[in-house]
Structures are given as structure tokens and as C-alpha cells.
Design a protein around this ligand. Sequence first.
Ligand code: 13P
Ligand code: SF4
Length: 357
Amino acid sequence: MSKPQLIDVPARPVMFREQAYTAAETLAPGEREALMARARELLKAHNAVLVAHYYTAADLQLLADETGGYVSDSLDMARFGKEHDASTLVVAGVRFMGETAKILSPEKRVLMPDLEATCSLDLGCPADEFAAFCDAHPDRTVVVYANTSAAVKARADWVVTSSIAVDVVRHLAERGEKILWAPDRHLGEYIQRETGADMLLWNGSCIVHEEFKGRELAELREQHPDAVVLVHPESPMAVVEQADVVGSTSKLLNAVKTMDAKTFIVATDRGIFHKMREANPEKVLLEAPTAGRGASCGSCAHCPWMAMNGLRSLVHCLETGANEIFVDPDIAEQARVSLGRMLDFARAQQRQVLGDA
Ligand code: 13P
Ligand code: SF4
């Protein structure tokens, strides 16, 4: 089996951590209810639907659920937005999710509570440097993670999310294709381990998941020997190796819903605890450790960019039309091809599952 090769671009997440800030909203008494009511009114008035990621604030998830919107992982956010007949999509998440929605639904207005909400993986993969990397390896099929800019997606043959990445790369490897992968090196390493594909990896990482620590996780497991360990594959291999379940946010949530265990150790953003608790209030959820021995903890297992989405900014964008997402039409047209391959692949997989049932 070949080993993944890591390309020699500087790792940048430390720099981004300084740039990011956690701006979780604090609301005055009574303000929450007033904002929730106003948001409901505005969503209806604008024929808008709220599509939220599991890492966003619990209030946004509650609002999405009760107004006919959707809370999910990034693959299902993309699918839901494309298929819904609302004329405005309000995407509570990070920038690449809003851009993906716009690329897939160019006829819809796409708003976001905060356009500054980005992602260290997207920031760490500038389109021009990435294009040069691709040009240097024309023999490889270019597969990129959804956590990238529209321009990077436009340069790719395939876009994948964490819920489908292993299956797509396995399919390509079985066809004899060699892979150029970007930007998350941890996810790339995990995909390579699962598929045995020949992969060349960009050197990017997620500032949240990179903080999970293998040694401290092993100690926590000793204290809770019956706990099931759930790990998002953006985490380092020392953490992934200890997992009972590795997968997308939806897969981890589903594990809590369907497995008999009482205690779960969760190595992903703690925003997902809202849905895990909602579905299974009797289960015990423990955060996987983020601070190593002697480390000054730079992480609290919560994405600082996801935290920029709040009720006030949601109401503001609906009231004013601020923070609309625009994607250059030529770039969008190309990115739609690589995103479309993923959606077609997912559809074919679903048909096969239904056919097999
Ligand atoms: P999912 O597609 O698993 O929801 O992951 C998105 C993400 O940004 C995780 O950090
Ligand atoms: Fe990006 Fe990590 Fe935040 Fe997900 S959790 S949006 S990968 S920085």
C-alpha cells in the first residue's frame, strides 16, 4: 500500500488561530425571544429558508427546525438548499457553505449572517498556489474537500465532503487514478489509510480538530472504559486511531442515536452536542481533550467562525439583505461540474442502497 506524500507548503493554522475570534452572542433578557419571533416573521415574509450546520448556536438550529429549514452536515446542507423551492436561502455556517449553496442554486438569493465566517482550510489553500500545485501534477485526479473557495473547487475534478470522501476516492483508485488531495492533510491521511489510494496531500488543517490530543484521549478512555469514541476525520491520526466510529458530523450524531452505549467521547466541535442531547437526553457526552500536557489551550473545541452566526446577525441580514453571497459566474460554472459529480455519486449510492434493500 502506498503512503501519502505531503507537499511542501507552509502549514498555516497557527497564524489563522490568531486571526480568528470567538464572537458568541450574549443577549439581553427578553431579546432572545424577540429576535426569534422577528426571524420567524422575516423568513416567512421573504420566502426564505434557514439552513444551519450542526456547529452553529443551538438557537439557530432550533429556529431552522421549527420554520421548515434544515440542520445537517455540509453535504446535506448543499443538497437541501438545491432542492428547496424557497427563493432565499439563509446559510448559517461558514463562507464555503454559502458559496456552495449559491453555485448550486444560482437563481436563488443566498444570505449569510456574517460573511467573515470562514474556515482555516479555505484560508490555507489560496487558489493561485493551488492551481500551480495542480499544474505541477497533471497526471493526478484533483479531489478537493468542500471546505475550499469557489475558485479552488473550479480547479478540481471532484469536490467531496467528509461523508462521501472515502467512497469517492476508493472509486477513483479502483479505476487506477492517482489522487491530488487538498486541503486537509489529516482527512487526506485518513482517506489514504482507508482506500490505499496513491495520494499527494496539500498541507492544510482545521484549527479546531487539530487540537484534539491522542495521549490525553487514551487517558480519558481509561477512565471511561465503556465509552464509545466518536471522531471527525479532520482530527490527527493519533486520535482517529482510537475511534470506534470515524465520520462526518451526521455519522457521529447517528452513532449516538443508534448505538446502545451510555457514554460517548466526542472529538468534533461541541456545537453538535445540541442535536446529540436533543435526540438522547439520557446519554453522557464527554468532550475529547484538546489541551495537551503543558499546553496553553488554544482551542475549546468550538469553531470561532461558526460562532460568528447569531440571532442578531441573522435578523440583520434578513431585514437589510446584507451579506448576500455572489460567485463569479465563470468560476461558478466550473465549480458546478466538480460539485455535480459529488451529488451524482451520492445519488447513485442512495439508489443502490434502496435497490439493495
Ligand atoms: P461535515 O461535512 O462533517 O459537517 O464537516 C464540516 C466541517 O467543517 C467540519 O469541521
Ligand atoms: Fe473549518 Fe474547522 Fe471550522 Fe470546520 S471546524 S469550518 S473545518 S475551521
